[in-house]
Design a binder for this molecule. Sequence first.
Ligand SMILES: [Zn+2]
Length: 202
Amino acid sequence: MVRRFSEVQFPVLSNAINSVDKKLACHKFREISESLEVDIWDNIRNLKPFFAEVAEKGFGFSSCQFREHWEVKKIIVFNIDNMVRARLSEGEIMAILYHELGHLVNFPNLFVVPTMAVCMEYAIEYSKEKEEAARIENAILMETYADSYATQHGYGPALISTFDKQNQFFKQQMNYYQIRVQKITEKEKLIGGIMPEDAVGW
Ligand SMILES: [Zn+2]
């Protein structure tokens, strides 16, 4: 993984990344690891990326559509301020890292979202409720697959602990908390693929 932040300034995050780089044998991770960039939110906030809102409120975010210098990049972004405020432990930081990696290399098959355009194309009646329901189903799929990746690498309990801290320390509460905790606790093994660059439905 390519570090875009100071290793001296953020040693715990840096160690977490080092240890994953050294140990993680997952072939999907190996496929993207050399080009995958990792940064902290403070460094890219000014670029106003499309995921700004999520990055602002949580501990981390990942994208395979980060546009910079005329390139489209895969990136994981950590919100250090929020991590410090919630006093995340090393294990919890690892759990967040695995969850974000999970988004990039354990991506589920999504439902087609019946947007107005899709409905017109297939000559079916458009419904705002159905469109919204499909978006929520897709969001749950993406989160539970990313969670499962962390769980499969032994970070399920630490990940749940980050959910609890999010709810404890911040106004923005966890989405889909119950179903996610349930699936992590049951250790449901969900296997997806590398996130496509044109990932739609979210
Ligand atoms: Zn996520």
